[in-house]
Write a protein that binds this ligand. Structure first.
Ligand SMILES: C[S@@+](CC[C@H](N)C(=O)[O-])C[C@H]1O[C@@H](n2cnc3c(N)ncnc32)[C@H](O)[C@@H]1O
Length: 336
């Protein structure tokens, strides 16, 4: 049956390092046909068409109009996207939502004002994993590209993570967002890895709360917080009066937990590393600055964290100014 499946008609680039084939329990998926080295490009893809609206605003009419403007061959390609292994699509908006990606709009007078969504025939064949082996970073044009975040062996399924904040979400929360049951290593119930994974991701969310002063949705948690249970600590986080020393080892601990979870890819490291270096550069008290420098000179994230723990409970001359600066940035009154 899979021989005459419509996906067989989807055209892959000649040099694509993957093939499309059934993925048990997930419909079809993309599988490496040769080794793909960490960092290598897997696929660059143009959208079949775009809709210049946010997800919630896209109507049946928008998708139908865009579809009607397509040449016959592109129309045919779109019609190959049957049901994505879930319930058959009854609306064009469903087919669009299941096969589209938000893309940047950095060109022209409307740059970054209006959201744009593109229909991508091939990237939307990739299945999800909470510990993926590829990533599709944001770009500043309509072409999207996927990269291997670790070495991928021939025969291995290529996956990416469908949501951006899953490193802070436990299994239950991830499945609610996905609306399907993922069976990756972090989701297989009853395994020690899965239990540790939930602990790590909850811990990462708490550490982020402590350093950013707010939760994933940008909001403060209610007075009974399931994340930060100590009211004094919660208030200190929300007032940005967490001392520099704690900020350093909270951030280093996040890096270590991400690494243990298999999520510290080069993109993630590149995004998070600069803010840790900034924290290190802010220490004024000489002994603290020395320990922070020594910590950052260690080889591994665990070693950096352990060295930074020597700062535990130590105030720094810069603490007050850092807290004031952060409050100013957030538009809060400066004196607390
Ligand atoms: C964008 S499509 C991915 C390609 C799809 N498997 C297909 O056959 O066209 C997303 C759908 O694939 C399935 N899927 C993706 N990742 C999955 C996973 N980890 N576990 C189970 N189903 C998955 C779900 O039905 C989801 O709604």
């Amino acid at each position: 049956m899979s021989q005459n499946h419509p996906y067989r008609s989807l055209q892959l680039p000649g040099d694509a390092p993957f093939e499309l084939k059934p993925s048990p329990g997930k419909g079809w998926g993309a599988f490496a046909t040769r080794r793909i080295n960490r960092g290598a490009t897997i696929l660059r893809e143009r959208p079949l068409f775009v809709v210049r609206k946010s997800n919630e605003q896209i109507t049946e009419e928008d998708v139908r109009t865009a579809f009607q403007h397509l040449p016959p061959s592109a129309k045919q390609q779109f019609s190959h996207l049957r049901d994505n292994a879930c319930v058959p699509f009854t609306h064009m908006t469903e087919a669009f939502a299941e096969n589209s990606f938000a893309i940047s709009n950095s060109v022209g007078p409307q740059a970054s004002i209006s959201p744009v969504h593109g229909l991508f025939l091939l990237h939307s064949r990739f299945n999800h994993s909470c510990i993926p082996n590829s990533k599709i970073p944001n770009t500043n044009n309509e072409i999207i590209a996927s990269f291997a975040t670790r070495d991928i062996m021939a025969g291995e399924e290529i996956t990416f993570c469908y949501n951006t904040d899953f490193e802070c979400r436990n299994r239950h929360e991830r499945h609610q967002a996905l609306r399907f049951i993922c069976d990756c290593k972090a989701c297989l119930p009853g395994t020690p890895f899965q239990q540790l994974s939930d602990m790590r991701r909850t811990f990462i969310r708490g550490l982020q709360y402590l350093t950013l002063g707010k939760d994933l949705n940008g909001q403060k948690q209610g007075s009974v917080s399931p994340i930060i249970v100590d009211p004094k600590l919660k208030k200190a986080a929300e007032d940005f009066s967490i001392p520099l020393s704690s900020r350093l080892f909270y951030n280093l601990l996040v890096m270590y937990l991400l690494e243990e979870e298999g999520l510290l890819d080069d993109f993630m490291a590149e995004r998070l590393h600069p803010s840790i270096l900034n924290i290190k550069a802010l220490f004024i008290t000489e002994r603290n600055a020395r320990i922070a420098t020594l910590a950052m000179a260690q080889e591994t994230w665990l070693e950096k964290f352990c060295m930074a723990l020597r700062l535990y409970g130590r105030a720094d001359v810069a603490d007050h100014a850092v807290a004031e600066g952060l409050r100013k940035l957030q538009g809060l009154s400066v004196e607390q």
